[in-house]
Design a protein around this ligand. Structure first.
Ligand SMILES: *Cc1c(COP(=O)(O)O)cnc(C)c1O
Length: 413
């Protein structure tokens, strides 16, 4: 028997091969004009990405982590503030919070979408905070400090339940900054506005990452902030450039956090394909959904509420005995990932957070069951069939299937 073909988790070579001449053209333009920092390629990308999202401004930044850090500073986060996010995100989310001197605290996630659960956010604000004279925001009993900001994470390519989060933010005088680093082009049906809204347009500001593996990826490090807030945009433009309003006029202590011009040019070329790539990811996801249904294997596919248009940065299923299943898939030549194996409140980087095992049961249980399957534009149906065949075979020997607590009512009501 010939060994069956392996399936990579991600293919970053084919899409760049298809655009090779255009991408090399970007490098030539930079060489011929010596525009390496700032300049027309950065301006063009910022204009086009703002238009793609439907945001007034886009500010190119050197990474998604710095984009979030600068957006938090621009939104007025102060040292000692408590900033709420979720435990099941990439550590960059809380690094940005920590590096502005704020204290991250966590809200558990919805069982089905793994994004911030608005009911738990409400419970936190109503029962774990106190009002304090002279402070407009609620003061967290857990941190002893005022809660000023919420950072919902649009995880795996799907937006958090933003209407519900924004409603609570308004009621408690909080600012919302979106972590849209996995959600380029994802959409949310806002009942409040009666329209679909793209990631990056619902909070006071949003951070995007163009790390190579993201739905829109650079050929190196890159990120961006989107916002409708002109003052915030102006602040972030200065922040990324040593606090400069003009050359050598430093209004405050800024940073070197600019988007590289060559990366901006590359991103402009690739942005023209993003809508099609996202559509292809959706088709691949629907194929996986159908294959999983047909396999009758008890594997839980991603849940997409009626208010969500998912862009499947990752296709994440839930499966019992995940580590063994993942090893068996690896042995069969199938690449998978775990996003993320350790909830942030349990990791060594946050020894001081006043929470521990058991405090966020939904995120903690998910961490042991989630498995990200191969997902990229260009993935073939034959490859997908092989992934699900191998997955179903590995799961067939499971003695238990993942238990899901009763599904929370879909927030469409
Ligand atoms: C990728 C990512 C980031 C950080 O982006 P970088 O560009 O790698 O700095 C932040 N948050 C989330 C959720 C991410 O997936």
């Amino acid at each position: 028997m010939t060994p069956a073909a392996s399936v990579p988790f991600l293919d970053l070579i084919t899409p760049h091969g298809e655009l090779e001449d255009e991408l090399i053209g970007v490098f030539r333009t930079a060489l011929h004009t010596a525009s390496f920092i700032g300049g027309p390629m950065v301006d063009e990308f910022e204009r086009e990405f703002a238009a793609f999202c439907g945001a007034r401004s886009c500010i190119g930044i050197g990474s998604g982590t710095d984009a979030l850090r600068f957006a938090l500073l621009g939104a007025g986060v102060q040292p000692g503030d408590t900033v709420l996010t979720v435990p099941n995100t990439f550590i960059a989310t809380t690094e940005a919070i920590s590096h502005v001197g704020a204290l991250p605290d966590f809200i558990d996630v919805d069982e089905r979408t793994a994004t911030m659960d608005p009911d738990k956010l409400r419970a936190y604000l109503e029962t774990q905070c106190a009002s304090s004279p002279g402070i407009t925001q609620p003061v967290s009993r857990r941190t002893g400090r005022p809660v000023t900001t919420i950072v919902p994470v649009h995880l795996y390519g799907q937006m958090a339940d933003m209407d519900s989060i924004l409603e609570l933010a308004e009621r408690f005088h909080l600012t919302v900054v979106e972590d849209a680093c996995q959600a380029h082009g994802a959409e949310y049906f806002s009942r409040k506005h009666g329209t679909w809204r793209k990631a990056g347009t619902m909070g006071r500001a949003a951070a995007f990452s163009f790390y190579p593996g993201k739905n829109l990826g650079a050929c190196g490090e890159a990120g961006a902030i989107t916002t409708d807030d002109e003052a915030l945009a102006r602040y972030c433009r200065m922040m990324r450039d040593h606090g400069q309003s003009r050359k050598y006029v430093h209004e405050f202590v800024g940073a070197n956090g600019r988007l590289d011009a060559i990366q901006a040019g590359i991103l402009t070329v690739k942005l023209r394909h993003l809508a099609r790539w996202n559509e292809e990811r959706r088709e691949r996801a629907h194929e996986y959904d159908a294959l999983l249904r047909a396999s009758d294997s008890g594997i839980i596919p991603p849940h997409v509420p009626s208010w969500s248009r998912h862009v499947y940065h990752l296709y994440v299923v839930r499966v019992a005995e995940r580590d063994r299943v993942q090893r068996e898939l690896a042995a069969a030549g199938i690449g998978t990932g775990i996003h993320y194996p350790v909830p942030l409140h349990l990791g060594p980087a946050y020894p001081g957070v006043p929470v521990g095992p058991g405090d966020f049961p939904v995120a903690e249980r998910a961490a042991s069951e989630i498995l990200s399957l191969p997902m990229f534009p260009g993935l073939t149906r034959a490859q997908q069939r092989r992934v699900i065949d191998c997955l179903a075979a590995a799961v067939a020997v499971n003695t238990r299937v993942p238990q899901r607590s009763p599904a929370p009512a879909e927030a469409a009501a």
